[in-house]
Ligand binder design. Sequence first.
Ligand code: CDP
Ligand code: MG
Length: 728
Amino acid sequence: MPPKVVFPDTADTVAKPATNGKTKHHKPKQDHRALAHRLRGQRESLPIFTARNAIIQQVRQHPTVIVVGETGSGKTTQIPQYLLESGFGTTAITQPRRVAATSIAKRVAEEVGTPLGGRVGYTIRFEDCSSDKTQLRFCTDGLLLREILSDPLLRRYEVVILDEAHERTLRTDILLGMLKDIQRERKRVAELNQQVPDAYFEEEEVSYRDHRSHGTHVTFDEPEEEPVQPEAVPSVIDNVHGDVTGIGELKIIVMSATLDAERFSAYFDSAPILYVAGRQFPVTTYYTTTPQADYLDAAHLTALQIHTETPSTSGDILVFLSGQEDIENVEKLLRDSAASFPPGVPALLPCPIFAALPQSQQSQVFDPAPEFTRKIILATNIAETSLTIPGIRHVVDSGVHKVRGFDPRVGESLLVEPISKSSARQRTGRAGREAAGFCYRLYTESDYAQLAEDSIPEIKRCQLSMVVLQLKAAGVTDVMQFDFMDRPSKKALKHALLELYALDALDDRGELTALGRWMSEFPLEPSYSKVIYASQKAGCTREAIDIVSLLSVDSLFYVPADKREESNAAQAVFRSTEGDHLTFLNLLRAYNKVNGDREWCQEHFVNRRNMKHVLDVRLQLNRLCARLELDTERSCGTDLDAVLKCFLSGFFHNCALLQPDGTYRSLNGSQAVHVHPGSSMFAKKTPAIFYDQLVFTNKLHARAVSAVDPMWIAQASPKLYGRLNTTA
Ligand code: CDP
Ligand code: MG
């Protein structure tokens, strides 16, 4: 018998049969209208419905409105529809995560009663499901940022909704600043537009504003002078060119699930805050009596306990874990346990949900479980506030999440860290959406007391090179003066500028180079776009794109704890002596040969789910490169050194040299760097390595590591390492 995870006083409480908390969930049908009709009742019973008119009125009256409401109150799905119904123009709704953008768009399309991609659509990195007709466009915050590059005033939108603003992702924070500026600029242009037409279009006998309000398209003769050009008012955005007629003001709605909305309001010149009442049933919370050594084991056992000790009709279980790897481990543990259930125990269905989950596998989380089966949803903090999963009555909270961090001395890192109290409360709240529920915290009460009140905004702890590149490309010349809601440290900004300079994306005056502009076209960290750029000259673009795509997922292999050796042996066929980058390339080539065959993947412990994602990314990158007139078929065949050199031209800051004592030290910070045990370079010693990223578990681990000639490093970045004596 596996040891039990002990929570005080749970036995009798948990065993009580509870009422069935499941709501009916509909599958999309062809008959869109009928479905929408059926969903209307649900829509109107949401807490936000009573606030409908007040919201619309506030949005009409104020340029910016802040909406605060409990998760599940209807902010994301309803407010965009209210705008649509009230005659507002095209609206963008940003989400920090892809899965949220796609699944919510799907739901809203059902409620509106149109096929997805019609009036309601979504656009996320590497995937566009929208059309000219799309009036409600759900997208990721990163995507809207990219849109500013091609449409600096976001003229195609009348309203932008920044959803999940409380999460304070890096991109949401940058968007806040950009949108504030765009709003100011559009107001100015709109006012100019209102002054100009009378004098200008008198002879045409049509009032310019009439045309605008009817949305018809009228072509006017070219004016001899240029009356409508905005005058040079100081603005951070400095690249608004071309025709500015027909631009109206931009409405901004900031939505948050936590109460600290005053800061958003202050940032937007005292914008009104609307509080939407929530609906929350009581949740009984349990802590463990002792700290848990292994939260994955604890999560697995707790979920099993709940499943076996409460009737399966007492609601589904939602388990919060730190990331895809955790989720897949627990998924496997649960499947193994379920395989040996004695007769009479209902079946359980583990349903993973995380940001990189392919579209095709997302819907099972929302679909009802088959009869006599209980769903156990394994989620990252994506299920904290952005997704509403019906039927949950039990929450298991591991107390951890994955946090991107950055330290200029060591580079980017991805750390598993304790959550904040605010997150813990949100997680608990998920159990009480439909009826009274239960939350099992896999940590002690005194550990809870030690948690930070809130998480630190990402912008304060992240690598900024990608957003600085985007700011520069959007015309923000002085990023130090940008109106950040929370200002990142000078040091971090300078580091980003320096890195972009080293990558040749900025020149010595800090201005964007032609290469920098080119790199900003890619929805990738600048290091990767630099690799792709270098690959053209080196004649290995095909391989570069392949490897960049392969690096876009957490893990390409499954390494079950009990089959480590077996899986290692099976992977050996792909292994390249030069390290992981080329090993991954071998894997992709072999995978393509067998067409991603399911059994082949099982035999070789290949993560098929992630390989599919890799192929998606590769397809989109190929398209983008073709659009930029790159020859994507340029291949170096067997001369694979060329590929590694290309990678160095983007990753020279992620290098480490072998020391006499047999350890590696990073070149730019002299930090001890350990090769990850999963790497093909784990047991090898080679004079120099470069790596894709550093992950801190119990020590600093380099992931995706390859061996390189130390001389190549100096060649890759003469600006940084020009005088470095790497031959010593
Ligand atoms: O954004 P907020 O957390 O305020 O709520 P929402 O995402 O708009 O969800 C409102 C309600 O819609 C939820 O309480 C669910 O009842 C329902 N919903 C659903 O049933 N299925 C979905 N895929 C999304 C929402
Ligand atoms: Mg929401």
